[in-house]
Design a protein around this ligand. Structure first.
Ligand code: ZN
Length: 299
């Protein structure tokens, strides 16, 4: 994905949680696990390395040499399983800055990515990757400045912990909040801090609270959130555009179409993320109140 120097573009390369789910019933929304690319002015950021990262890597091969900043929300399999297949990382001359928080037992993101490529899990170790890989351990609430792009984070309520990210550039802001567990009662102050006033909120909505079984999940205890909770947060935080994300693998295209229409009733303009979707966050960042969020599909 290329952008002009005055743009903030998001492209969705993988939108599923848990496990890839290709097939006839998921072909429109897509079956790859989380990976989002943000082209922000001169900077290229990537969030999470699910199987969508493999597809992004194929696109990057046409643009080498490449430099990008890859942020991991956490190191669960669905967010890291694309990394061993990220071909640009094997190519000398490319450079990737890789960020993530150590897990509660102190294991760094470098060790998590390294260990998943050890025999017998994978035939090629991380050391074979020829690109310049620079690893950074993040602390909760630490700010990373990349040129004129600011990346803040906060800890999310999730088993094993995950980070939510807030990406700011000029007067544009995108919040990336996945994986997060619904908790009944008050809104989570950490989420609100990340999402407050954002132009776009990308939010974990693995569940819907409409069915009995998922209602149990919506009361907490199942590690993920619902689109209804996303609507609640978007309204309280004054978000301009909600995009629900990290879809449950059993949710078919028809199911997600139904979620999309219900979401639009609750929060007009709310969007269900699809693979290939492109979001132009602030087409006119210098025009203040007139700025808009444009959502398009890329073939
Ligand atoms: Zn996940």
């Amino acid at each position: 994905m290329s952008s002009q120097s005055g743009q903030f573009l998001i492209r969705f390369w993988g939108v599923r949680g848990r496990v890839p789910c290709p097939g006839d019933e998921t072909v429109r929304y897509g079956g790859n696990t989380p990976c989002i690319e943000m082209q922000i002015g001169e900077q290229r950021l990537v969030f999470d390395g699910g199987t969508g990262l493999r597809v992004l890597g194929q696109a990057m091969l046409r643009e080498m040499p490449v430099e990008a900043h890859l942020f991991f929300s956490h190191a669960h399999w669905d967010h890291t399983q694309g990394f061993p297949f990220f071909v640009p990382a094997f190519v000398k001359g490319n450079r990737f800055h890789i960020y993530g928080a150590p897990s509660p037992n102190g294991t760094t993101i470098k060790k998590r990515l390294h260990d998943q490529m050890l025999h017998p899990n994978f035939p090629v170790p991380l050391q074979v990757m020829g690109a310049d890989l620079q690893f950074h351990d993040l602390r909760a609430t630490e700010t990373v400045q990349i040129g004129d792009v600011r990346v803040e984070n906060d800890r999310l309520h999730y088993p094993g912990e995950a980070l939510g990210y807030r990406v700011s550039w000029n007067d544009c802001c995108v919040a990336y909040v996945t994986d997060i567990e619904n908790r009944p009662g008050d809104l989570d102050e950490h989420i609100l801090r990340v999402a407050q006033g954002a132009d776009v909120l990308i939010y974990d909505a693995s569940y819907t609270c409409d069915s009995y079984l998922e209602k149990v999940n919506c009361n907490g205890g199942w590690s993920h959130a619902s689109w209804q909770e996303g609507v609640r947060i978007a309204k309280v935080a004054g978000v301009r555009q909600l995009i629900i994300f990290h879809h449950e693998p059993t949710h078919t295209d028809l199911f997600l179409d139904d979620v999309s229409s219900k979401l639009d009733q609750e929060l007009p303009g709310g969007v269900v993320a699809m693979e290939g979707m492109m979001v132009e966050v602030c087409p006119s960042p210098l025009k203040g109140k007139s700025k808009a969020v444009n959502v398009t599909m890329v073939s």
